[in-house]
Design a protein around this ligand. Structure first.
Ligand SMILES: NC(=O)c1ccc[n+]([C@@H]2O[C@H](COP(=O)([O-])OP(=O)(O)OC[C@H]3O[C@@H](n4cnc5c(N)ncnc54)[C@H](OP(=O)(O)O)[C@@H]3O)[C@@H](O)[C@H]2O)c1
Length: 347
């Protein structure tokens, strides 16, 4: 293959950061894989859709968005919907970067189904498909003989799935736990430091990771989707986010936090999955008190941690320290390199 064609579904923070990284690394990819990577599709909700089988001018597309917030007429704009592009456009790899629908995993899952039906590879940064339909999608990818990668869905580009797949071979995962939601972690830390709730929220919004409506984070829905994705991949759990026993931090008061501190404890929103004796996997998200000298107590701000326990390697922990959007971009980029590893003949 001399040119790998990408269809980018979603061109928001993650999509644009990925394109900047792709532009930076184009020459290195060509030298390493003897393959060009071009983008033939960019689909958005409101900025316009571009379809150019000869390759979109990415620098111009990024400049358009920065300057005008939408794509200009110099691109090949098309009236086809995202789904029509997934079903009909010329591409080799579909890159799913549309927003998460935490309750359905759609329409991202249908985009990926469409790619697999055409024997195209798929990469997703959107955790919905992995949380809701992992078994079906991974089987469909195997049937089609194509790649399905999703490293970015939990802890951005931090190698959680890759690490386990490649370096913990034949080790059986028996438990997964972690602090996976930045918003709740940031709020709990701020409250423990005595900062006013509204000030915490304002700072988090300025830093760009607290949503206008943070209910999905505060009530533990986002954490539930993340632990579901982890358990589906690492433990073949076959569960969906609505099966997680979920409690968010909405009822945690400053008094709770102070009382915990007086006992030498810190409150954290912990995600956990364990295998029951009958083989099923039980997932929980709930606030827990951890000892101040526990590694979890030091996971603050936007830092996150996942601990993986296996029969052969006991418990190992991976920490992602205060990620930025570039780490999200690297997650997608790393998955792209894995597709290139699979399809190209390296010199
Ligand atoms: N941001 C992160 O650090 C991060 C980290 C890990 C995973 N992720 C995941 O990556 C995905 C993208 O995140 P983001 O931060 O880039 O979100 P974002 O900034 O909100 O961008 C989402 C993009 O998707 C587009 N879009 C919405 N519905 C669409 C549809 N039906 N078809 C095509 N495009 C559609 C939006 O169009 P408009 O531009 O017109 O609104 C926008 O370009 C999400 O699933 C997120 O959970 C993000």
């Amino acid at each position: 293959m001399e040119n790998l064609k990408l269809a980018l579904l979603g061109f928001g923070n993650a999509g644009q950061a990925f394109c900047r990284l792709l532009l930076d690394k184009q020459d290195e990819i060509r030298d390493t894989y003897r393959t060009d990577v071009s983008v033939t599709v960019i689909a958005t909700a409101s900025k316009g859709n571009i379809y150019d089988p000869a390759g979109v001018d990415l620098a111009a597309a990024l400049a358009d968005i920065e300057k005008n917030g939408k794509f200009s007429e110099k691109h090949k704009l098309i009236a086809m919907s995202t789904m029509e592009l997934a079903e009909n456009a010329d591409y080799d790899v579909l890159v799913e970067m549309t927003p998460l629908n935490i309750f359905t995993g759609q329409p991202a899952t249908d985009h990926i189904r469409a790619a697999f039906a055409r024997k195209k590879h798929a990469i997703t940064a959107n955790k919905g498909p992995v949380a809701w339909f992992f078994r079906e999608l991974s089987q469909a990818a195997r049937d089609a003989g194509v790649c399905f990668f999703y490293e970015t869905t939990v802890m951005d580009g931090t190698p959680v799935f890759n690490l386990t797949e490649h370096t913990l071979k034949m080790a059986k995962v028996t438990e997964v736990s972690g602090i996976l939601n930045s918003t709740t972690n940031f709020i709990l830390e701020g409250l423990a430091l005595g900062i006013d709730y509204d000030d915490i929220m304002e700072r988090g919004r300025k830093m760009g990771f607290i949503e206008a409506d943070p209910a999905m984070d505060i009530e533990g829905f986002d954490a539930a989707a993340k632990i579901t994705a982890l358990l589906n991949v690492l433990m073949d759990a076959g569960i969906t986010p609505d099966q997680v026993k979920r409690k968010g931090i909405e009822d945690i008061t400053v008094k709770d936090i102070k009382d915990a501190a007086s006992r030498g404890k810190v409150i954290k929103l912990l995600c956990k999955g364990v295998r029951n004796e009958d083989g099923s996997v039980e997932a929980t998200v709930s606030p827990v008190e951890v000892s101040r000298d526990d590694i979890l107590a030091g996971i603050n701000s936007t830092t996150s941690i996942v601990s993986i326990t296996t029969d052969l390697m006991k418990k190992i922990s991976i920490i992602e320290h205060e990620p930025e959007i570039e780490q999200t971009a690297y997650g997608v980029f790393g998955d792209l390199l894995r597709v290139l590893d699979a399809v190209s003949v390296r010199p």
